[in-house]
Design a protein around this ligand. Structure first.
Ligand SMILES: NC(=O)c1ccc[n+]([C@@H]2O[C@H](COP(=O)([O-])OP(=O)(O)OC[C@H]3O[C@@H](n4cnc5c(N)ncnc54)[C@H](OP(=O)(O)O)[C@@H]3O)[C@@H](O)[C@H]2O)c1
Length: 294
């Protein structure tokens, strides 16, 4: 990779580098050091996982960030657990970019969960497929739960704006907490033309049943900070977020189109971790109804 980047720098100068795939500080530092000689600006796609308080506490643009040096390798933080290690390494990557480029030539984007067409993780696609099948859908927690997914196209638009306007510093990227989980599922129903009904089952009971948060029921997570990320700085700098219903409709349209990703099936291996087995859903619904609590 170093050779490829060195060749790229020879063909510069470039207006900007957009780094969407940096996960290891030492690797990002090598890229950013080369970029510093050939590009005016470096935009690094980071994550809200960099915050010490994630996902437990509400977060702002100035919340405290995890420790991790800018020269760490992939083994750093192996004892922290997968999600925190990912966040710590991204924090180290951010530091590597800023140290290499200088603060005035670096933009760090910290998105929360990203949805939209070409999402191959399998979060929204799983819900769309499940709702399209119809019947009674196990719906987690409360329909009134506020959520803040951001559309990938809004992330991209803000990234371009940040480069064009040379916005430096870090920016949380989440939608305002206007949408709800109920609206998400109702939008899936509208988009797919399904006759599904939703059985809203309390968080605590699902936790007792061992339902895996975030993956087995995608986008469902009970930690209080998950959907309490303030993106004020980005909003003041021009971030706009389309309605969640548009994201859902456009994702469904994409799923029915010929626009496939290089992997061929449209989703990555990560999609295999997402979604609830149909027999497990049926069993949980039956148990819940047997409890007589609706
Ligand atoms: N998805 C979200 O909701 C979300 C939320 C917040 C932040 N982010 C950030 O957004 C970015 C994209 O997220 P994602 O979920 O799409 O991640 P992902 O599924 O892990 O995809 C990362 C992509 O980067 C490529 N990549 C990794 N290392 C590379 C390298 N050294 N050189 C070239 N390509 C490399 C991967 O290629 P291969 O497929 O060949 O491995 C893959 O295509 C990441 O930086 C992530 O931290 C994502």
């Amino acid at each position: 990779m170093g050779g490829d980047l060195a060749r790229l720098t020879e063909h510069g100068p470039w207006d900007a580098v957009v780094d969407t795939s940096g996960f290891v500080p030492r690797v990002v530092r090598a890229s950013a050091r080369l970029a510093a000689t050939a590009a005016q600006h470096y935009l690094f796609v980071s994550t809200v996982n960099v915050y010490q308080g994630w996902p437990v506490r509400p977060l702002s643009d100035s919340s405290a960030v995890l420790e991790c040096p800018p020269d760490a390798d992939a083994s750093y933080g192996a004892d922290l657990g997968e999600a925190t290690q990912y966040g710590a390494l991204k924090a180290g990557c951010e530091r590597a970019v800023i140290a290499s480029m200088g603060a005035g030539r670096a933009t760090v984007l910290r998105p929360g969960v990203i949805l939209g067409p070409r999402e191959y993780v399998g979060r929204l696609p799983w819900w769309l497929r499940r709702v399209a099948q119809g019947g009674t859908v196990l719906a987690p927690g409360s329909p009134a739960r506020r959520i803040q997914p951001i559309d990938v196209r809004d992330v991209a638009a803000f990234a371009l704006r940040a480069i064009e306007e040379r916005l430096s510093g870090s920016f949380n990227l989440t939608s305002p907490p206007d949408a709800t989980f109920g609206q998400l599922l109702e939008s899936c129903k509208a988009a797919t033309g399904s006759d599904a009904t939703f059985a809203w089952v309390p968080d605590g009971w699902l936790v007792e049943q061992g339902v895996r948060q975030w993956t087995e029921l995608p986008l469902w997570r009970t930690h209080p900070g998950v959907w309490a990320v303030d993106s004020n700085r980005a909003r003041q700098a021009g971030l706009t977020c389309r309605p969640l219903a548009d994201t859902v409709h456009d994702t469904w349209r994409w799923m029915g189109s010929d626009d496939r990703l290089p992997s061929g099936d449209g989703e990555s291996s990560r999609a295999a971790d997402h979604g609830m087995n149909p027999s497990r859903e049926t069993e949980l619904l039956r148990k819940w109804v047997d409890l007589g609590v609706r």
